[in-house]
Design a protein around this ligand. Structure first.
Ligand code: GLC
Length: 740
């Protein structure tokens, strides 16, 4: 449709029809089949049938046939035949479940991130998605928060920027009508990851400078990449819920960043402003939201039931409604829905593209780059396939290795580690025993009950646990090496999954301790959605491979890495704490006036644990051994219009070829406000042949030295700086330079 025709359509719409476009409901309201997904407190919105058939968009209905069925039924009752928008939580894949976003971020590969986004967008677009609710770029520093699993950039603003931009550009391409392109939604604006105490939906309060320095950059990069939509977050930001925060939406997003796309609330968040205690009632909530500039009310009845009265009382409000509806109609038009209401959904293509062999093989390679080798004592890895392996643990023969947002993917179809290992080693060299459950019944039932699911019966747990442990010890005694597949339950991370204890479950720790007594080397394969507390078990383990929730091709990828067919290369994007008492912990912290750089009393430290993280940001081992040397700067003094060339050598001192992620950090030694001890400014993922030496170059630009100063100006200040290069954020070479 031409722009003029869109405006004409708007003029034909009744007030009720306009308001309907600003309402989004979950799919189950239209469909009663059993594959609806629940992503928030399901409730009856008590919308009239007329209101229902005027809504503008629908949440999480996928599958070409289902989309067509809903669209046909909806349009049959729509006076002006304005098609529904289908918006979906394709967070890390549709039918192919990719590694959870925090794992993807550990690849430090834009190519990996883009390829995953490309396959996810194509699969979901063929299945009827017009809009994906992704990327989630919330800066995440607190491992107690369950949604760190969704954070593509982890604790680093720079990673969040480069990854968020890459996903938006890959999702949207140049033309939203084109097959495989979906509109992206950057979320959750804003600073949702800073929820106090890591408790989901909790208070966020910070200085504007802190917000601009750390939390805003990733949202800004995604908006500058032309994200079509943003989603507001559940939390308050400095006293006002983000969803009705006029400074955030009007002043920052619309005016300062020039965002012209659609603002959608998170699930029920407009109605929740009453519970926050800032909207006095539902009508006040509607007024607050429309004045803040929310275009779509996701899963609440507020707009549907109260916007009309507000419009009749105020021409200004009706004008705002017209602006919102125009934005929504324009997106539908960009997607070509007026010409083809089914979008690119295609039953035939679903059969050939989704879960295709080619994509699954490509996916395995992508997954391998997300793993982080945390420990490899005496080079116990890669595994010698001729040794007798005891595969033990609740994840050894378990298909549930996809994250909690992989609700469209059929977990039962996944290969398990046991099945994948059987294909690679002789039967006589492979022994298996479960060893223990993921969680004890009391713990899993607490989760299932909160999720409204059937709880498990506790038949004779103690006896069963004893028997499973004994069986595990029996096979371990016969083996040369123990592979221990452990970790969190996938329902322990994701939305509303905050935890006050981030250690391994007690029954799993007991299994480690008992097996350790046998004196056999133990390699742990760790499944988790957040940094965990490993300090109490690490010394009992010889190898640790962090695999997060690796998705559909996870098992095959794990075996290929363990056997050395692929050299692990991932690096952490979130620091692992010594224990939960350190949370939030992050590498780009301030120095304090009493840094714990030496032993003493009056220092910023804990009495009972080391002050540094257990595993630092940017850390990850390889089967290769990389040595960094000869850091040189082509000049040590620059003016504002100059750059510095940083060069150094890296040698692969091993017989293993593989990737190394070289990282460059900068520290501003003095500023008008305190500056972090270091900040990631660039990185490269470089392939090394065995014993290969490479000269690596980076460039230091003025932009890298800028920060939000006391007066909230974004600028660099003259003075001394340090540049660091290395394979993680702590083992680095350093040089000084001056900005004159
Ligand atoms: C949820 C999540 C959000 C998701 C939305 C739709 O509450 O916070 O990330 O996209 O609702 O399911």
């Amino acid at each position: 449709m031409k722009e003029k025709e869109i405006k004409n359509l708007l003029n034909k719409m009744t007030l009720e029809e306009k308001i309907g476009q600003m309402v989004q409901v979950a799919g189950d309201i239209f469909l009663t089949d059993d594959i609806n997904v629940e992503t928030g407190p399901l409730k009856n919105l008590e919308l009239s049938n007329e209101q229902l058939y005027q809504v503008g968009s629908i949440l999480n209905v996928m599958g070409a046939e289902r989309v067509k069925k809903v669209q046909d039924e909806y349009l049959s009752k729509s006076r002006l035949k304005i098609p529904l928008l289908f918006m979906d939580d394709v967070i890390n894949g549709y039918k192919i479940a990719f590694p959870i976003p925090i794992a993807q971020g550990c690849s430090w590969s834009i190519d990996v991130i883009k390829k995953i986004a490309e396959i996810s967008a194509m699969e979901s677009n063929i299945a009827g998605a017009n809009v994906n609710f992704s990327p989630m770029v919330d800066l995440s520093r607190d491992a107690r928060w369950g949604r760190v699993m969704e954070s593509i950039g982890g604790e680093d603003p720079y990673l969040g920027q480069v990854y968020g931009k890459a996903i938006v550009e890959t999702y949207q391409g140049k033309d939203l009508k084109k097959l495989g392109n979906v509109a992206s939604t950057v979320k959750h604006i804003a600073a949702y990851g800073a929820a106090e105490a890591g408790r989901d939906y909790n208070t966020v309060d910070m200085s504007e400078r802190e917000f601009r320095q750390y939390y805003l950059p990733a949202y800004k990069a995604a908006i500058e990449a032309n994200a079509e939509m943003v989603m507001t977050s559940f939390n308050i930001l400095n006293g006002i819920p983000a969803t009705i925060n006029r400074w955030l939406i009007q002043d920052l997003l619309r005016k300062e960043l020039g965002f012209k796309g659609i603002v959608i609330s998170d699930y029920g968040a407009i109605e929740e402003t009453i519970i926050h205690g800032i909207s006095e009632d539902e009508k006040h909530a509607a007024l607050n939201a429309i004045n803040a500039g929310v275009d779509i009310d996701m899963m609440s009845r507020i707009y549907a039931n109260y916007l009309k009265d507000l419009c009749l009382e105020s021409k200004e409000i009706e004008e705002k409604v017209n602006e919102s509806v125009l934005r929504i109609l324009n997106l539908k038009n960009k997607l070509g829905l007026f010409e083809n209401p089914y979008g690119n959904s295609n039953i035939e293509k679903e059969k050939t593209y989704i879960m295709s062999k080619e994509n699954l093989e490509e996916t395995k390679k992508l997954v391998e780059e997300t793993f982080v080798l945390l420990k490899n004592k005496d080079n116990i890895l890669p595994l010698n396939a001729n040794k007798k392996i005891a595969l033990i643990g609740p994840y050894a023969d378990n298909t549930a290795i996809t994250g909690s947002w992989s609700m469209f993917s059929d977990r039962k179809k996944n290969t398990t580690i046991l099945e994948a290992l059987k294909r690679k080693v002789k039967d006589e060299n492979l022994l298996y025993s479960k060893g223990t459950e993921i969680l004890r019944i009391e713990e899993i039932n607490r989760i299932l009950k909160a999720d409204g699911l059937q709880t498990l019966e506790n038949k004779n747990e103690k006896e069963e646990e004893k028997q499973m442990l004994q069986q595990a010890k029996n096979i371990a005694k016969e083996s040369d090496i123990i592979l221990l597949a452990l970790g969190e339950h996938y329902r322990q991370s994701g939305e509303a999954c905050s935890r006050s204890n981030i250690g391994l479950p007690k029954n799993q720790i007991k299994l480690i301790e008992e097996l350790h007594k046998l004196g056999k080397p133990i390699i742990m394969i760790l499944f988790n959605g957040r940094p965990l507390e490993l300090s109490s078990v690490e010394r009992k383990l010889d190898g640790i491979l962090e695999v997060w929730f690796p998705g559909t091709m996870g098992a095959e990828a794990i075996i290929d890495v363990l056997l050395g067919n692929t050299n692990p290369s991932g690096k952490l994007t979130m620091s692992f704490p010594q224990n939960v008492g350190q949370c939030p912990i992050y590498y780009n912290h301030y120095n304090t006036g009493r840094p714990h750089n030496y032993e003493g009393r009056y220092l910023s430290r804990y009495q009972d644990i080391p002050t540094k993280s257990f595993y630092p940001f940017g850390y990850g081992l390889s089967y290769s051994k990389f040595e960094y040397r000869n850091l040189k700067l082509d000049k040590t003094k620059i003016k504002e219009d100059e750059k510095i060339k940083v060069s150094f050598e890296v040698e692969n001192k091993s017989d293993y070829e593989g990737y190394e992620i070289v990282q460059m950090y900068i520290k501003d030694l003095f500023g008008s406000v305190v500056r972090p001890v270091k900040e990631l400014k660039d990185f490269k993922k470089i392939y090394f042949k065995k014993h290969e030496i490479k000269k690596i170059d980076f460039e230091i630009t003025l932009d890298m030295l800028k920060f939000w100063n006391e007066k909230l100006n974004f600028q660099a200040e003259k003075g001394e700086f340090k540049v660091y290069v290395g394979g993680n954020s702590t083992e680095v070479l350093e040089e000084k330079f001056v900005l004159e």
